[in-house]
Ligand binder design. Sequence first.
Ligand SMILES: Cc1ncc(COP(=O)(O)O)c(C=O)c1O
Length: 392
Amino acid sequence: MHREDINALMKVAERPPQVFVSGSGSWLVDQTGRRYLDFVQGWAVNCLGHCPPELTRALADQAARLVNCSPAFFNEPAARLAQLLVANSCFDQVFFCNSGAEANEGAIKLARKWGAKYRGGAFEIITFANAFHGRTLATMSASGKPQWNQLFEPKVPGFPKAPFGDLEAVASLINARTAAVMLEPVQGEAGVIPATPEFMHGLRALTRERGVPLIVDEIQTGMGRTGKLFGYEQSGMEPDIMTLGKGLGGGVPLAALAARDAVCCFEPGDQGGTFNGNPLMTAVGCAVIEALLAPGFLDEVVRKGEYLRLGLEQLSAKHGLGEVRGQGLLLALDLGTDWAPLLVERARERGLLLNSPRPHLLRFMPALNVSAAEIDGMLELLDSLLGEHRVR
Ligand SMILES: Cc1ncc(COP(=O)(O)O)c(C=O)c1O
């Protein structure tokens, strides 16, 4: 690839020099033919790894049959995927879209519509400090990322924030203007911080008592990432609205808004989009969810998650680091000090792709079908990097 080609891409991120050309399972290959063990997987997107046969087959078959017929018409893969999601969750209806942020925009609009219709014009959605819900204007406003406080002002109003885990703070923010409460079951970008089951149940009881819908943003935690199909299942409570993205398409742009009948109040014309629910993407979504629902698949995610957690705990003890936290195959290692970006860079030089959502934290989001040998390989390399580059 030439310099001028790269310069023609709008610079919205600091990117390393590698140009990736192919991938298979847990491995990516760059332009020079070098292989990288990938524990980022497009930020928890490629849940079955790079180019899994289920996905490439579904894409090729569907591409040969029907790519797009307009969201104004029914198509078979969208209906089938909606049915698979409904049959395996507590929700009744699904709306498909193209990104996590768009799914959350849909959830925000649904809650505002519900508030307008059933709660005297209520429009506020209580969200949480350090939350991450996306990069559109409304989802940036819903997010609680301190670095965004002054960006793209003025913000979309109506997103009062509570400290994560503070039920009393949520209770004190609920008033006549409240249309919903929205949270990530595990705050991902904030540093992989799981909500406790007590907090999830507390929120459910509180929102039910005060008569407002509860929204879970499962864009990172959904689709098997935590070892259950959906993260809310970890606590056993059942929300009213859920958003999905990332793993739903296994790497292709597909996201969803799922809701219970009681809150499904969109009317024709309220919500939509040109590419929404197109057969090409939803056919892939069907192949992905069928793979996750295959007998034993999620049990294996739990086992691999425990194996990775144990390995990280051993590294933490050996190198005097901090906490290992998270659920399933969404795990983080707290380094105690801010040297995660350095480690990520050194790891990449050695052929390992890692992610650091915060300067003191490494996050691990491998393919859900990562092998024990690949986990061992990652831990071994990380062990040697931790020894070589210790920053005190
Ligand atoms: C919890 C959560 N919500 C929303 C988003 C936004 O999704 P997208 O980047 O597909 O718009 C993300 C992406 O990282 C996320 O982790």
